[in-house]
Write a protein that binds this ligand. Structure first.
Ligand code: A2P
Length: 315
């Protein structure tokens, strides 16, 4: 399987990255070091994950120790919905750079297509969220384009954007998004999105490739990716784990896969997915288990009428 793909900027991106969401600040530092020792070079971070300062300290000591060079690493971060306001974007980029102890990011994404004016006052406070509007989003994109042109961001992209919202950005931009990072796993294969992104030369980044077993917003009816019987059978034939098969399946489609683990054994075995060669039949069989089932349904937003179409689709 390809270890690197090329962004529409011309830069190379390692196809398997380590996710850092829900990696506790007190554990993530040694995890980053261990991951680099095992061969990870791509890290997917975000201001919202509240662990960038610890990750930054790890990068700094790793680079100081000569374990790898900055230019060998591919580091992504994301603009929080709290900072998706024209007067906050530049400071947010600088804060993330300072936390991560870097002078540039390889990729910077708009994390979500809505923005948050202030922390929710209580669980029923709906007005803190400002729903997506084409106009303010375009303004935000132009600010990111300018920072990209200055060089602090080597590539810029989107996350959790529907095709409709991406069209708004594309119709008015001078810098095309390099990626759209979206939920993507065997039960949510996103064939339509992938085809669209391919047609625009935009890479798909897959989050929750293992079905995010750790997420808090679970529902009783949610299917469990790692227990899929077809995946289990195929894992046995390859002497592999279900997680490795799930990752290899996405990589085979030229997607950039972001798998999270803070466990040294799982982290290493996830990286070894790159060595798995699925047969045509394996690929077909796994394609057929798709349920078009979104696990991240933004249920927290559901009661609010403005968010009936959060994903620009019915759910
Ligand atoms: P842990 O960090 O303890 O390994 P996703 O990337 O889909 O969000 O999934 C991440 C979750 O899956 C984390 O809870 C992680 O826990 C767990 N996980 C990561 N790798 C594996 C694996 N190889 N097998 C089972 N669970 C895994």
């Amino acid at each position: 399987l390809a270890r690197r793909l090329t962004l529409n900027t011309g830069a190379a991106i390692p196809t398997l990255g380590l996710g850092t969401w829900q990696s506790e600040p007190q554990v993530i530092g040694p995890v980053i070091r261990h991951a680099i020792e095992e061969g990870y070079r791509h890290f997917d971070c975000a201001a919202m994950y509240k662990n960038e300062a610890e990750i930054g300290r790890a990068y700094k000591s790793i680079i100081n120790d000569g374990l790898c060079r900055r230019e060998d690493l591919f580091i992504t971060s994301k603009l929080s919905p709290y900072d998706l306001f024209p007067d906050k974007i530049n400071d947010a980029v600088n804060k993330t750079l300072s936390d991560l102890k870097l002078d540039y990011l390889d990729l910077y994404l708009i994390h979500w297509p809505h923005r948050i004016k202030y922390p929710p006052l209580n669980t029923t406070d709906t007005s803190h969220v400002e729903p997506y509007k084409e106009n303010w989003m375009k303004d935000a994109w132009i600010i990111l384009e300018n920072i990209f042109k200055e060089g602090r961001l080597k590539a810029i992209g989107l996350s959790n954007f529907s095709i409709k919202k991406m069209e708004h950005i594309l119709s008015n931009s001078t810098v095309k998004p390099a990626v759209n990072q979206v939920e993507n796993h065997i039960y949510f294969q996103q064939a339509v999105m992938k085809k669209y992104l391919d047609s625009k030369e935009i890479l798909m980044q897959s989050y929750s490739p293992l079905g995010s077993p750790q997420r808090s917003s679970t529902a009783a009816e949610d299917p469990t990716v790692l227990s899929d019987p077809v995946v289990k059978r195929i894992a046995d034939t390859h002497n592999a784990t279900p997680a490795q098969i799930c990752i290899a399946f996405l990589l085979r489609d030229n997607k950039v896969v972001l798998a999270k683990s803070v466990n040294p054994i799982r982290l290493k075995s996830n990286l070894n997915s790159l060595d798995i060669q699925l047969t045509e039949q394996d690929y077909k069989d796994i394609t057929a288990v798709d349920k078009n089932y979104r696990l991240f349904r933004a249920r927290f937003l559901r009661p609010y009428s403005t968010y009936k179409n959060f994903w620009d689709e019915d759910f």
